[in-house]
Design a protein around this ligand. Structure first.
Ligand SMILES: Nc1ncnc2c1ncn2[C@@H]1O[C@H](COP(=O)(O)OP(=O)(O)OP(=O)(O)O)[C@@H](O)[C@H]1O
Length: 232
């Protein structure tokens, strides 16, 4: 296994005349839990789509788990896109059975344990779920996989503040085992910042600050203060 999980060098990406990434350069060592942070439109989702081969860079170099993104690397990535939905006619139990058959590394026992912890009813039908309940199902389908790279784009949106804090607290042990790299983009910084051991801040398609989370907290007080300082 390569020691660098994700490497981008001078990556540019336009959508028509709109510039989404503008010479993005970053390197993420394996085993870290990294917050990919920044205001709306700073390029976070575009970065994730590049890493999963859903979109191609116009310029620059992208490497994921030691290779260019593609079908071979995607077997080793659990990706939760923003605005993800599950099949409305499935129960959670059926979703887990489907995942066991089709998602490499999916561990149904881990998924059931996470469902209990997140208060998700296995027999509930996805169609009848609230947005926050469905968000939990989508999150479980991703993090119950034993894969080297997990990418979570806005995983907590729609989950109420109290549940979010509890879920994040429970996730800290689950994702921070040093066995896999986890990239998380979120605007719910207040609760989520405890998850990260490293943070990268994007603005207009570039990294404007990157550092060890404890060090950034020592310097700025909190990730929210970093945001306020960088983007005011
Ligand atoms: N499919 C698309 N077509 C046109 N423009 C796009 C498309 N996807 C993204 N963009 C533009 O690219 C820029 C970066 O968008 P991106 O979704 O990567 O940002 P983001 O940091 O994930 O934002 P948010 O925090 O709102 O999710 C934005 O200006 C956005 O409008």
């Amino acid at each position: 296994m390569t020691q660098i999980a994700v490497h981008c060098e001078g990556v540019r990406k336009h959508y028509g005349s709109k510039r989404a990434l503008d010479g993005l350069t970053l390197s993420i060592p394996h085993g870290r839990v990294v917050g990919i942070l920044g205001p709306n439109g700073s390029g976070k989702s575009t970065l994730f789509r590049l890493l999963t081969g859903l979109t191609l860079a116009d310029k620059g170099r992208v490497q994921v788990l030691g290779r260019p993104p593609g079908w071979r690397t995607n077997r080793d990535i659990a990706y939760l896109p923003d605005r993800a939905r599950w099949y409305p006619d499935h129960t959670v139990r059926q979703a887990f059975t489907w995942a066991e058959n089709f998602l490499p590394g999916f561990d149904p026992e881990t998924a059931k344990r996470l469902a209990e912890f997140m208060k998700v009813d296995l027999d509930a039908n996805v169609r009848d779920m609230s947005r926050g309940q469905e968000a939990r199902v989508m999150l479980i389908l991703c993090i119950a996989r034993r894969v080297p790279l997990i990418i979570l784009d806005e995983p907590f949106s729609g989950i109420d503040t109290v549940s979010r804090a509890r879920i994040i607290e429970g996730l800290i042990d689950h994702v921070s085992d040093g066995e896999r790299t986890v990239l998380i983009s979120t605007h719910e910084l207040y609760e989520a910042e405890a998850l990260f051991d490293h943070a990268m801040f994007l603005d207009a398609g570039r990294v404007v600050l990157s550092g060890d989370a404890d060090e950034l907290r020592r310097q700025y007080g909190s990730m929210n203060s970093v945001m306020k300082t960088l983007y005011r």
